[in-house]
Design a protein around this ligand. Structure first.
Ligand SMILES: [Zn+2]
Length: 287
């Protein structure tokens, strides 16, 4: 089983959340790193001892535009080891959200994560505020390259034109993509239930997006509670693990993809590595 059975506390949390989900018709989910931790992707902000032995700089420094330009070898060493998680599979939260979208109950997922797990679970409308490691482009000519090309090299990945291939992820010092921001704001403005999951909204300016939500029903599912970034009173705060909680909600059975036995609808890794070719680069106008 990919997902642990829900604990009694997670079941109780799901019972509290269920009526809000049942009554909603335009759910928007806003997620952060905590959504992916139950898929085995650690939050890089939680620096462990191994991290300190391996890297001379904190992640906030390595993942900055200046650092990427000045120390590309170190940047890509960190990127391959810490940002790309090919082994990760969607958990029950990713899959439940994809089910709701398919059922016409959910209009959009907005995520700060760059791991592509919502799409891997089947979600169609995913606004990736911080981009995705699955898309990459040449710094100079803008040509798109698959992730496989980035992973196939040891040092700095280079385009046929000779320039550096960069992941389409928003680094510190980068502005957010205005088109992604606008689409996320539009979805929030039309939502009747907002579920914020796996984030304390501490990353500026994502917390500002929440202000676009006009509805009454706001739910937070986060181990650390609602967090200081939230400027209004939530209807419900759940501190149980999000995958366990979503697994306990009503709905079709969540057939968890297992690492040893991937189901047929889980795209093979080769396909996921190749999809980047069809994606255009994200515009990143300075300022
Ligand atoms: Zn190029």
């Amino acid at each position: 089983m990919a997902d642990p059975a829900p604990s009694p506390a997670a079941v109780r949390a799901a019972v509290a959340l269920q009526p809000l989900v049942d009554a909603a018709r335009r759910i928007v989910f806003f997620g952060g790193a905590g959504v992916s931790t139950e898929s085995g992707i650690p939050d890089f902000r939680g620096q462990d001892g191994l991290y300190r032995q391996t890297y001379r700089w904190p992640p906030e420094v390595i993942l900055s535009r200046d650092f990427c330009s000045r120390h590309p070898e170190e940047f890509f060493r960190f990127h391959r080891a810490r940002m790309v998680h090919l082994e990760a599979r969607p958990n029950a939260a990713h899959r439940r959200l994809a089910q709701w979208e398919q059922a016409g109950k959910l209009t959009a997922v907005i995520t700060q994560n760059i791991d592509g797990l919502h799409q891997a679970a089947g979600s169609q409308t995913v606004h990736e505020l911080h981009g995705s490691v699955w898309r990459n482009h040449c710094r100079d000519c803008g040509r798109s390259h698959p992730l496989a090309r980035v992973l196939a090299t040891d040092g700095v990945p280079r385009c046929d034109c000779g320039q550096v291939i960069e992941p389409d992820v928003v680094l510190y010092q980068d502005p957010l993509d205005p088109a992604v921001w606008a689409a996320a704001a539009q979805a929030l403005a039309a939502a009747d239930l907002l579920i914020i999951g796996g984030t304390s909204l501490s990353v500026y300016p994502a917390a500002n997006l929440i202000d676009y939500f006009p509805g009454d029903q706001l739910v937070v599912v986060n181990r650390d509670g609602a967090g200081a970034g939230l400027r209004r009173q939530p209807s419900l705060v759940i501190t149980e693990p999000i995958a366990q909680t979503f697994a306990a909600l009503d709905g079709p059975e969540l057939d968890g993809p297992d690492l040893d036995d991937p189901p047929l609808d889980d795209p093979p890794l080769d396909d996921r590595l190749a999809i980047d070719q069809s994606c255009s680069r994200i515009g990143r106008d300075p300022g």
